[in-house]
Design a protein around this ligand. Structure first.
Ligand code: AMP
Length: 218
């Protein structure tokens, strides 16, 4: 069955990592608005120039711009059978726009919750492979993790918006703009919350169970 899944939760909750695996399991694309914006900034496109400063400060780009980006991406053929959305929606206006785009298609919503101090610790230690985009934690205890990607040997770098100051700003934005949006979904029968302060495989199992229970109407 087609999976249309929203992964909600603060920066550092593990949405991206879990979204990769869940998307692979269901053979649907993972659509991350953060990745799309970072690609645009890296390529120096007009969109990239427009959003560069906002992303660097950890603030939200405009709803109109993001909704247009997602509308185009969802219209691509590979999203017809489903998708995993990571980092969108982040405001109630975006959530309402998504409902309009989906036009009644069923949507599973999973929120990953993690305490703030744990998020700051995780995000400060997060490194991303320059070549393949794999995310690793520099707190794994293995010093090599800070040097080369286990997957492809690529260079591991810190996202420029993962500095402590910007992370705290992103968390502030999250609690102000995004967390209230969760109320928009939380009374739906297809909404589930999972505890994200656990090992990634346990969080993965909880998400898989949540998806299964929504599909079964439990
Ligand atoms: P992320 O990788 O999801 O943490 O996103 C990185 C940055 O991209 C955010 O801090 C925002 O500046 C911007 N961004 C990503 N998704 C959205 C969105 N849905 N609405 C507004 N800004 C976004």
């Amino acid at each position: 069955m087609a999976l249309r899944l929203l992964m909600l939760g603060p920066p550092g909750a593990g949405k991206g990592t879990q979204a990769v695996q869940i998307a692979r399991d269901h053979a649907v694309p993972k659509i991350s608005t953060g990745d799309m914006l970072r690609d645009a900034v890296a390529s120096g496109s007009a969109l990239g120039m427009q959003v560069k400063e906002t992303v660097a400060r950890g603030q939200l780009v405009s709803d109109d711009l993001i909704v247009a980006l997602v509308r185009d991406r969802l219209a691509a053929g590979d999203a017809a059978a489903g998708f995993v959305l990571d980092g969108f929606p982040r405001t109630e206006a975006q959530a309402r726009a998504l409902d309009t785009l989906l036009d009644g298609a069923p949507l599973t919503v999973v929120e990953i919750s993690v305490p703030d101090e744990e998020l700051v610790r995780r995000v400060r230690g997060r490194r991303i492979c320059e070549s393949c985009g794999t995310t690793v934690s520099a707190f794994d205890g293995d010093p090599s993790v800070a040097q080369a990607c286990r997957n492809c040997g690529g260079r591991l770098v810190q996202r420029s918006d993962d500095s402590e100051t910007v992370v705290r700003e992103r968390l502030k934005v999250y609690w102000r703009e995004t967390e209230p949006m969760i109320r928009f979904y939380q009374d739906r029968p297809t909404f589930r919350r999972v505890d994200g302060a656990r090992a990634p495989r346990d969080v993965y199992a909880a998400i898989a169970e949540a998806i299964g229970s929504v599909a079964a109407g439990r």
